[in-house]
Ligand binder design. Sequence first.
Ligand code: APR
Ligand code: PHB
Length: 386
Amino acid sequence: MRTQVGIVGAGPAGLLLSHLLARAGIESVVLEARSREYVQQRVRAGVLEHPTVELLREVGLADRLDREGMAHQGISLRFEGVDHRIDFADLVGRGITVYGQQEVVKDLIAARFADGGDLRFEVSDVALDGLADAPVISYTDSGGQRRELRCDAVAGCDGFHGISRGAYAPAVFDREYPYAWLGILAKAAPTQHELAYSHHRNGFALYSMRSPEITRLYLQVPPDTDIADWPDTRIWDELAIRHAAEGFTLNEGPVLEKGVTGIRSFVAEPMRHGRLFLAGDAAHIVPPTGAKGMNLAIADVRVLAEALTAYLTRGEESGVDAYSDTCLRRVWRAEHFSWWMTSMLHVAPDGDAFTRRLQLSQLHYTVSSRAAATSLAENYTGLPYA
Ligand code: APR
Ligand code: PHB
């Protein structure tokens, strides 16, 4: 079988790329290792920056997002028991929207099927060949049948653990951090409207939410943490300690989900090899502190859809040639912002008094200088697309 663009992975990157290409009259097939149910339920990120929301609106994907997404005009940096609000609306005139990644994925899958899109779930043993000039993706379909998909270009949207990046030898820039995040999803109504990033001497904690009934909460923990050592009562107690502030109460409720995720920074360069184009987590990872992961994936495929459209409809190569450099500029800005937020807010296990004084100084500066707060707001709400 043949298609114009073979897409590996049905996360936000692969699905949105397929949607954008279809709008430009370009055919694609999406191959996904997991089931539709699995990708729709997987709990991941939850913050959409302003340019992401605008793009989803522009391409007809924001009906439910506009009804159910929670518009936020700021965040709180909480340290020494005091909240310092970063007022996005005042500083940069735009905000963010809290809407779960799996909700974006559900909307994208529904839209692709409604438009007659070709999404194939539960495929295995995906392999890439002929990437120099005549790509072939071979895979085993959900019925166990070996198949081949010939295409003009391949989009590697298969996340950090996918196979696409392994098809060539990109240069890799990698940093691991000496901590992880323990996250829970709880059936408990949020007691505050906005997110709180809390810096406490026990470690960082994040207060987030998914809906008026569901809170999403995180704790900095050591990287080798066994979730079995964290019964719900211990999690709630530690959250209460780290988020403690005047006028704040923590609403507890049944824990619907919990897990520990490592934190890393990672970039593969270039993001293109012949007719293979990496997008999203397949090419880069940011620590979650800046809430940039899903937004970067979406920014990549916006550039890629335009470049592939020009190439496949008009034979123009300038867009595909510039793809990697164009994306990497935004990626590295987000890498810096995410690293900076992470370093300012977490407690290094071997952190000495000097490091701690520096962090507190940076926090005080960020909340007291309008220029510093504006820089945070501009990056957090999303820099305009180039
Ligand atoms: N074959 C087919 N599909 C694969 C393979 C493979 N060999 N390996 C992985 N996949 C699928 C995964 O099951 C997943 O559904 O590729 C998809 C990749 O999706 P994501 O990991 O969501 O990556 P991406 O679309 O780039 O979105 C980035 O995800 O990790 C979060 O915080 C991150 O929000 C960011 C977003
Ligand atoms: C989330 O709600 O899951 C979330 C919010 C902000 C972050 C990271 C995760 O920085």
